[in-house]
Design a protein around this ligand. Structure first.
Ligand code: TXA
Ligand code: MG
Length: 384
């Protein structure tokens, strides 16, 4: 279903969605597009469906899942009921935030009811909930009439899928259906946000909704987040988001992150790294660079003939003798970089590079989510 403005009354679209609903009702897992990354969905109120998610992805059992809803009514039904038996209420602090950012790439933590199987929350007392804006995801959840648990639809440890073909690469033969909705718009996962913890509001995972946007909301003056220069000691010792402790987003190649603010200096370091690695013999290197940022030095140009081999949508790829370059986008537009990031990592992996050298970007706006993912993917970070 390539057209994001698809018409749910279109018989072709409806028959695909109905097929998905039937599978989900039978506790099968399927892949669906969302505005962030592809999700691996199962009925969130069935332990059997949820268990399958863990086995298909090979996900560690102590990393909890996000529950996806298609209405606030559905969210209320997942909250603990009040003592008088009335339906639960959404914590007040979230109200303006939900109004502003939902549906969209923001996940909030709320108290969990007994309806949610403990497999989803890994025995935590909160459940992570998100109201996606993608029309296919929304339609699918409302047609089901129950919420969908969905982690990213990759094998655990791999970069999240932003194209249906990425899901197929990881999960071919393991799930009965992938709904193809084209390339995901944000390209990094949702922001995981906790406003009900005892230490005040905190971003547990930076994502599609930026720190800048959230911190300008009422009551969010002291919003905390992980950054390079601001490592919260409490979070470091006791990661509240269990997923944070695992190695993530890693392609097969070894990722080297060049995290230097000065553009010229970062270029210099990248070239030095290429030379250093090549001393070890015939090795193929992938470069993930921002537009105009990486140009070969003169000496390098004499020995490496660059040939244009492909132009992917929105990104240039250049193949030199042993260097494959994938341009992520304009570094002053971090949203472009975010959209291309996982696609670029997977593209270079498909070309069997031995190393991927990535140019870091500033942690402003979507850049924070990009750098968070890159730090987890990298086996080495060069910062000066
Ligand atoms: O954009 C997204 O969020 C995508 C799409 C498919 O919606 N989903 C996604 O799910 O990224 P996943 O499973 O890859 O990441 C879920 C994150 C993990 O870091 C997990 O630890 C955290 O959310 N999480 C889930 N429940 C939590 C809870 N109760 N407390 C703290 N962290 C939680
Ligand atoms: Mg994931």
């Amino acid at each position: 279903i390539e057209d994001p403005k698809f018409d749910i009354s279109d018989p072709n679209v409806l028959s695909i969605l109905n097929e998905a609903v039937d599978l989900l009702k039978k506790d099968k897992v399927i892949a669906m597009p969302t505005e962030t990354v592809y999700g691996l969905a199962a009925c969130a109120i069935s332990a059997q469906g949820v268990n399958q998610i863990f086995s298909v992805k090979n996900r560690p059992p102590d990393n909890p899942l996000i529950v996806h809803i298609s209405s606030l009514k559905m969210l209320r039904s997942l909250l603990p009921t009040k003592k008088n038996g009335e339906i639960g209420e959404i914590p007040e602090i979230y109200e303006p935030i939900i109004k502003k950012f939902w549906p969209g790439p923001l996940t909030i933590l709320v108290p969990k009811s007994i309806l949610i199987p403990s497999e989803i929350t890994c025995n935590l007392s909160t459940v992570a909930v998100r109201f996606p804006s993608h029309p296919i995801a929304r339609a699918l959840i409302s047609l089901c009439g129950f919420p969908l648990a969905a982690p990213s639809a990759n094998t655990s440890g791999k970069p999240s899928p932003t194209l249906a073909s990425h899901v197929l690469t990881d999960l071919n033969g393991k799930i009965p259906l992938i709904i193809d909705g084209g390339q995901c718009n944000f390209g990094v996962e949702s922001t995981v946000f906790d406003a009900i913890g005892s230490y005040g509001p905190v971003i547990l995972r930076p994502g599609g909704i930026t720190y800048e946007a959230l911190s300008s909301m009422p009551g969010m003056e002291n919003l905390r987040v992980y950054k390079k220069d601001f490592v919260d000691k409490k979070l470091e010792i006791d990661p509240t988001t269990p997923g944070m402790k695992y190695r993530h987003y890693s392609p097969n190649a070894e990722v080297i992150l060049v995290d230097v603010d000065d553009n010229n200096k970062s270029r210099e370091i990248m070239e030095k790294e290429i030379k250093r690695i090549r001393k070890n013999g015939k090795i193929t290197i992938g470069l993930l660079a921002t537009r105009t940022s990486y140009t070969m030095s003169e000496g390098e140009n004499e020995t490496i003939e660059s040939t244009n081999i492909a132009r992917l949508d929105g990104s240039d790829t250049r193949l030199s003798r042993n260097i494959i370059e994938y341009t992520l986008g304009d570094s002053t537009h971090p949203e472009q970089i975010a959209k291309e990031l996982f696609k670029g990592l997977r593209y270079l992996d498909e070309h069997n590079v031995d190393y991927i050298i990535v140019e870091g970007i500033s942690e402003e706006e979507e850049g924070l989510a990009v750098m968070n993912r890159l730090r987890k993917a990298a086996s080495r970070i060069i910062s000066e």
